[in-house]
Design a protein around this ligand. Sequence first.
Ligand code: SF4
Ligand code: SF4
Ligand code: FES
Length: 252
Amino acid sequence: MISIFRRPASSPPPRRLTLDILRYNPAEPERAPTLQAFTIDEAEGMTLFIALNEIRAHQDPSLQFDFVCRAGICGSCAMLVDGRPALACRTLTRDLNSHITLAPLPFFELIGDLSVNTGQWMRGTAERLQTWIHAVDRVSIDEIEAPMAPELAEAIYELDRCIECGCCIAACGTAQMRPDFVGAVGLNKIARFRLDPRDQRSDEDFYELIGDDSGVFGCMSLLGCHDVCPKQLSLQTQIAFLRRKMARLGFD
Ligand code: SF4
Ligand code: SF4
Ligand code: FES
């Protein structure tokens, strides 16, 4: 089969990329994990998403990895790229060396090769942290919507940009040591609902959810989460703010 990714005739010859991909199928535990090398020609604007699809289409249809949107929106394609969590669909091969190592995100349930089950953990954490608006007042659909200051709506929207990709969890030392840690993604969600005036929970209520070592006090503040978040969320600021708020409650 012929690749659709072509270079203009005048371009320099493409780089030859070698992708070392960690292969393992948990359904076949008798077969040990191995690094399998694949080589492909780099194309203009090639992302790891494109490279992996080239490999799956032309070299090994059994290679497992996840993609949905290809645009940094669905959060499905996070993996370890040369040891660092990143979205494969937003990673250009030209920004990497010609020898690339890919592995699945740690912490999450491995489905196979580069595919992990982030959804199950994200859902469990959302249920545990009750990440929905808790309103005492009943809202009538006949009433005009209550206005919200644009600056506040913007601040809530900013925190809502999390795509639940799991990169922050994969980069988190605490999460690797204790599976019940809610991580930056969980703390960011609490910050988001705390900001929302429609959510009538108090700081005491939020303390019940994150006021221990599985929550904000388990964070070691090394900020791997902040460094790798593909949406550049202000995780450092949110975690520091929440910790100050929650620590004050703990002393009251
Ligand atoms: S906070 Fe950032 S790194 Fe963590 S899940 Fe959300 S988007 Fe991904
Ligand atoms: S700063 Fe806290 S939440 Fe972020 S990676 Fe470090 S321990 Fe994890
Ligand atoms: S495929 Fe959706 S974020 Fe990469």
